[in-house]
Design a protein around this ligand. Structure first.
Ligand code: BG6
Length: 471
């Protein structure tokens, strides 16, 4: 049995659903200038000059699914499903349009206050990601994004404003979404655009380091403003399996796991693990850390560990095996698993394995804040029969339940990704849908923005109603 107060819900992010990019005095962020189409990856990787909003590209984040104007309708649907929690993120540029202003933008603050109050009306606890990939463009142009320590100061200001304004309305916070994504998609993760000849690895680790310092400060400030606040870290998880039992493959898998968990190690324990220090030594990288920041990091570890899980991964050193399957995370193809239309391999047991890895390692409560199947949906005779999605979620929930019941993992909640269809982060498509609520919009941003319930809507409603007993 899941505990009675288990937080069932769903997850979204501002840059993929909010839209309203030029309303309420909002400024522009990195996520706004990531186009759909062939330039998307070069831009996300920081390999291409940052784009200005031009007519030759389509920028899907600008309008998202227009949650900005539809939030009441959307929250009513989520309440109908019985959501106990709703994960969403704040667009930094709604609060500080440039990122370095003295005073916050009242219209932006009011918008989120309205959303949180709407949640409260239904007894839904907001779970708020402070930064889900977004960084104000002005901070990128003027300071170079998270490469610059100055961003720690701006972020501290942002979180102070948020914790103060939403005291009592929000109790669950995540400091940064998928902090390990910086290594894979550095422009999207930290606003990094690389200069010719720049040591990219150094810039990525330096930026992550600044985010870790900022995250520790946020944890401190959040607890000081309201001791009820629960503040967590967030990683893109999914254990690496050795492709075969060759010791080199086992070692490779361990190294890949460490690469991902290094940041969470710092947020959960308060200091860099020795393997990270040795890595930086080999890189000749001396990460600056003042005594004050070091102390803040040490004394302000997170309350819980949250993560996304879509798939396990496979690592190998064998040369005759293709080791570059996947878009952001590269690995070998696991021959025992099926895959989604986008090639993401489906591994429900991998969720239980990953939960056990994280719980064994940190002994802190876990929160699954993303999971789901990206798939194409079709409306036939006014219905969307997404049995494939139900099947995916059902199998994952079964494994999650075993982790709780049989392994004793402490799990606070489960928020499947894109409970309402939204723009895909990796591809910029609308057709890669995750939701239980369908949004009529295509990959070019055309459509009525109307919402429809899919078959999974009623199924998930039952799951929540029975606290995961009826799957
Ligand atoms: C996670 C991100 O990596 O995966 C989300 O936190 C993202 O922002 C999700 O949308 C699913 O990925 P995609 O590429 O299918 O949207």
């Amino acid at each position: 049995m899941f505990p009675d107060n288990f937080l069932w819900g769903g997850a979204t992010a501002a840059n993929q659903c909010e839209g309203g990019y030029n309303e309420g005095n909002r400024g522009l962020a990195n996520v706004d200038v990531i186009p759909h189409g062939k330039d998307r990856f070069p831009v996300m990787l920081g390999k291409m000059k940052m784009l200005e909003l031009d007519d030759t590209h389509y920028y899907p984040a600008l309008n998202g699914i227009d949650f900005y104007h539809h939030y009441k309708e959307d929250l009513a649907l989520m309440a109908e499903m019985g959501f106990k929690t709703f994960r969403m993120s704040i667009a930094w540029t709604r609060i500080f349009p440039n990122g370095d202003e003295e005073k916050p933008n009242e219209e932006g603050l009011q918008f989120y206050e309205d959303v949180f109050k709407e949640c409260k009306k239904y007894g839904i606890e907001p779970l708020v990601t402070i930064t889900h990939f977004d960084c104000p463009i002005h901070l990128i142009k003027k300071y170079g994004g998270w490469k610059n320590y100055k961003l720690v100061e701006f972020y501290k200001k942002l979180v102070t404003v948020l914790f103060t304004r939403y005291k009592g309305l929000v109790h669950y916070w995540l400091t940064f979404n998928e902090i390990n994504m910086i290594l894979h998609l550095p422009f999207m993760g930290a606003g990094l655009v690389f200069e010719k000849g720049e040591d990219e690895e150094t810039s990525k680790y330096l930026s992550a380091h600044h985010e870790l310092i900022a995250s520790a400060w946020a944890t401190k400030i959040g607890h000081e403003i309201d001791e009820e606040n629960k503040i967590g870290c967030m990683m893109a998880a999914g254990d690496f399996y050795p492709y075969c039992c060759k010791p080199e493959d086992v070692w490779e898998a361990k190294m890949k796991d460490r690469e991902n968990m290094m940041f969470i190690d710092v947020q959960a324990r308060g200091y860099y693990p020795n393997y990270a220090k040795k890595k930086f030594e080999r890189m000749g990288l001396n990460l600056p850390l003042s005594k004050e920041d070091e102390m803040v990091m040490k004394e302000n570890t997170v309350d819980f560990i949250s993560f996304s899980y879509y798939s396990s991964r496979c690592a190998t050193t064998l040369e005759d095996v293709n080791n570059s399957v996947g878009n952001a995370f590269k690995g070998a193809k696991n021959p025992y698993l099926k895959a989604s239309e986008w090639g993401w391999q489906i591994d429900p047991l991998g969720l239980r394995i990953t939960m056990n890895t994280l719980y064994d390692r940190y002994q802190k409560p876990l929160f699954i804040v993303e999971n789901g199947l990206g798939a194409k949906d079709e409306i036939i005779d006014g219905k969307i029969e997404d049995d494939y999605r139900i099947e995916y979620l059902r199998e994952h929930i079964k494994e999650m339940k075993k982790a709780v019941e049989e392994d004793g993992v402490e799990l606070w909640g489960y928020t499947p990704w894109g409970c309402i269809d939204l723009v895909s982060a990796s591809t910029g498509e609308m057709s890669k849908r995750y939701g239980m609520i369908y949004v009529d919009l295509d990959d070019e941003g055309k459509g009525s923005f109307k919402r429809y319930k899919k078959k999974s809507f009623d199924w998930y409603k039952k799951v929540i109603e029975t606290n995961g007993e009826e799957l």
